[in-house]
Ligand binder design. Structure first.
Ligand SMILES: [Zn+2]
Length: 212
């Protein structure tokens, strides 16, 4: 109910920046961003993704500042316009050769998917598919009920989630997640995809934690 109320308020209230929620004097032509957030997003050089099992990874934003706020707006406020914006940033800035693949979202942990009834990685994958013409297939499943959130970096690296493919994998895969932190989940997804026949696995996200 809270989110429905938020949506109704959003329809009635003056427009806000979808990234930092500052009120906008007039509705912008493009995605509803204030000047500061727009500048920060446009100037971001992007963040390479580090994970063992992939042939390449890229996120247009670092998981800080505007990147962190945008991921929160998608994940917690369920703003689908953020999925479209994130997909546009990825389609625009990722190497063009990567966009000749099948889009596969990183699967949500079952407990989390059930609680939220909303899957940000799938929404982003669907938006990317819609904008580029690539097919999107929710091929992967999580096999555990453990959460990444609230666990230390070492714990996450030491115990990666168990991921399986629900069927044969396409030859070229573009894995999609809303945010990539340690890369442990991406690595587990990549292993499952290669085991199911994928020859090339690359990964993209709206934002990624800068490699240390
Ligand atoms: Zn803003």
């Amino acid at each position: 109910m809270a989110s429905l109320r938020a949506e109704l308020v959003g329809l009635l209230a003056p427009p806000h920046c979808l990234c930092c929620r500052v009120p906008l004097v007039r509705a912008p032509a493009g995605p509803g961003l204030c000047g500061a957030c727009r500048d920060e997003i446009e100037r971001s050089p992007g963040s390479p993704l580090r994970a063992d099992g992939i042939d390449g990874g890229f996120a247009p934003l670092e998981y800080a500042g505007a990147g962190r706020r945008l991921v929160a707006a998608l994940k917690f406020s369920r703003l689908l316009v953020v999925a479209e914006l994130g997909a546009a940033l990825i389609a625009d800035r990722a190497p063009p050769a990567w966009l000749d693949a099948t889009v596969v979202p990183v699967p949500a942990a079952p407990a989390r998917a059930l609680r939220r009834g909303f899957d940000p990685a799938w929404e982003l994958a669907a938006a990317l598919a819609g904008q580029t013409g690539m097919p999107a297939v929710p091929l992967l499943r999580r096999r555990d009920r453990r959460h990444q959130r609230g666990r230390s970096r070492d714990q996450r690296l030491g115990r990666p989630p168990r991921v399986i493919a629900a069927g044969p994998a396409p030859r070229r895969v573009l894995l999609v997640d809303d945010v990539i932190t340690t890369g442990a989940t991406i690595d587990a997804c990549s292993r499952a995809l290669r085991g199911a026949g994928a020859a090339s696995v690359r990964a993209v996200a709206i934002a990624a934690v800068k490699p240390r």
